[in-house]
Write a protein that binds this ligand. Structure first.
Ligand code: C2O
Ligand code: CU
Length: 550
């Protein structure tokens, strides 16, 4: 077993995009941030030193953090933030996972510029269950704001209105050809003919699900959220914030006389108030002819891919359905067959009343909020994991998060009369090894958007999904317990539902939230407490000595 050390210096860096320079928060001055590489089974020791005026924390998205919950990273959930001038060492072992994951800041909106790939290679001498690629390329999709993103979210919080959209989407931090003043900031993938490339796609965008495609090239999906899947061919990949998808790209056997556009733009189901811009990169074949062409100043024809309509829900449902676990002898899908606790969660937007010191620019003196089972989550002032571990929950959180919504939910009928949400720091306690089923039902009361629900500390199986109301009598009989996708982030379709299963085998406090940052900011989040097991190796160890203080 190998230990790999990294040092993340959080510091400001001037970066120019779209002809405007701004100072952004980075790791080591890099944007996007540095790649973390490990092999399955390795230990990662990452020292994060905060040199900026903001509080910071880093989350290792999708890493299971088995009995290392202190290293998970969401601010005020597993740790207090790292304050200016302070540092914290994230120390964890990658157990039973290999594939693409990513890291990002987990406080306020700092993840807009603080993110990077995590590449976990299989153990030595263990091959991929697909052809060995000639080259591996991380492709991280993101969003860029001309304005300072902390001001964007702070202003939205003050007014109670929606924050401004981003000014561009990006591929590896670059907006690409279609934006003004951006042609030179275009991602280029240079390939050789007749080879297989492994593209490690990451959706690090704050607020958009994304379609991804490369003109005239078919992609083969082989992995999702660091779990191998049954390979399938597609021209377009749908990837929701938080998710990672590995695809194989087979290049043409002979270098064609063309350059191929790589394009990514949002999938959204609501009215088109989202940022519907397209980011582009270029797939270029390394050939002598392209050299000749540059010399003669003749440009190769540029071929563009065709992406679905921004609201193509049929494509989305079909694509998500095609993602299936390998479920073979080597990579079994250990789907829990029985359920100890069943939860039904409604997820969606609503309105909340304002307290005196807030401005209420929403309808009838309210502000926009988002909730699970009508509870809009309030962030505590000290980390939940600390208060849980030291038995000091009083005044920090309660354990009465509702297992069901407070009203009878009917998506197909008129919306429920009560769209007002309540608020609180409410959690659910699960005994060690509880087998959990959660049905997540989108309400679409206000607006219509799918919600990428992300669970920390676990992979879950997506055993079912559907449109309209979940039917507790009929739908469970159709659940797929054979080869469901195993992931850490699932898209709850707009006006539909997904059902997930997981085993609570990881003691700690685990955040679950929408990975659309705007919805998280409005309260679409909650947390689970998983208790220690009886055996000695089923207990969460005490915190490291340098755990930040609030
Ligand atoms: Cu990718 Cu709670 O985060
Ligand atoms: Cu959401």
């Amino acid at each position: 077993r190998v230990t790999r050390h990294y040092k993340f210096n959080i510091k400001l860096q001037n970066v120019t995009r779209l002809c405007q320079t701004k100072s952004i928060v980075t790791v080591n001055g890099q944007f996007p941030g540095p790649r973390v590489i490990a092999r399955e089974g390795d230990r990662l020791v990452i020292k994060v030193v905060n040199h900026v005026q903001y509080n910071v924390s880093i989350h290792w998205h999708g890493i299971r953090q088995l009995k290392s919950g202190w290293a998970d990273g969401p601010a005020y959930i597993t740790q207090c933030p790292i304050q200016t001038g302070q540092s914290y060492v994230y120390n964890f072992t990658v157990i039973g996972q290999r594939g693409t994951l990513w890291w990002h800041a987990h406080i306020s909106w700092l993840r807009a510029t603080l993110y990077g790939p995590i590449v976990i290679l299989p153990k030595r001498h263990v091959p991929y269950p697909f052809p060995q690629p000639h080259k591996e390329v991380p492709i991280t999709l993101g969003e860029w704001w001309k304005a300072d993103t902390e001001s964007v979210i702070n202003q939205a919080t003050q007014t109670g209105l929606a924050p401004n959209n981003s000014d561009a989407h990006t591929i590896n931090g670059l907006p690409g050809l279609l934006y003004n003043c951006s042609a030179k900031d275009t991602f280029k993938l240079k390939v050789k003919p007749g080879k297989t490339y492994l593209l490690r796609l990451i959706n690090a965008a704050l607020n958009d699900e994304i379609f991804f495609s490369i003109a005239n090239h078919t992609l083969i999906v082989v992995e999702a959220d660091a779990v191998y899947v049954k390979p399938f061919r597609t021209n377009i990949v749908l990837i929701t914030p938080g998710q990672t998808t590995n695809v194989l790209l087979k290049t043409k056997s002979k270098a064609p006389n063309a350059t191929f556009v790589i394009a990514a733009r949002p999938f959204a189901t609501g009215p088109a108030t989202f940022d519907n811009t397209t980011t582009t990169g270029l797939l270029e074949y390394k050939t002598t002819s392209s050299l000749t062409n540059t010399k003669s100043n003749k440009k190769l024809p540029l071929l563009r891919p065709v992406l679905p309509k921004f609201n193509d829900t049929v494509f989305a449902a079909n694509f998500n359905n095609r993602v299936r676990s390998l479920a073979n002898a080597k990579y079994p899908a250990n789907v829990p067959k029985t359920v100890d606790r069943h939860f039904f969660f409604t997820v969606g937007l609503g309105l909340s009343t304002c307290s005196k010191n807030q401005s209420c620019q929403g309808p009838n003196n309210t502000r926009v909020a988002a909730a699970i089972n009508n509870v809009s989550f309030v962030m505590p002032n000290i980390a939940l994991l600390q208060s849980h571990f030291f038995n000091k929950s009083k005044g920090v959180y309660t354990t009465d998060f509702p297992a069901n919504p407070p009203f009878k939910f009917n998506y197909t009928g008129t919306p429920p009369s009560n769209i007002m949400v309540t608020s609180g720091t409410k959690l659910i306690v699960l005994p060690f090894n509880t087998s959990v089923e959660v049905v997540l039902q989108d309400t679409s009361i206000i607006g219509a958007e799918s919600h990428p629900l992300h669970l920390h500390g676990f992979n879950f199986f997506i055993v079912g999904q559907g449109v309209g109301n979940f039917d507790p009598k009929k739908d469970p009989s159709k659940f797929n317990l054979v080869d469901p996708a195993e992931r850490n982030t699932a898209s709850v379709p707009s006006g539909g539902w997904v059902a997930i299963h997981f085993i609570a085998d990881n003691p700690g406090v685990w955040f679950m939230h929408c990975h659309l940052e705007v919805h998280t900011s409005w309260g679409l989040k909650m947390a689970w407490i998983v208790q220690d097991g009886k055996q000695h190796n089923q207990k969460l160890p005490p915190p490291p000595f340098d755990l930040p203080k609030c």
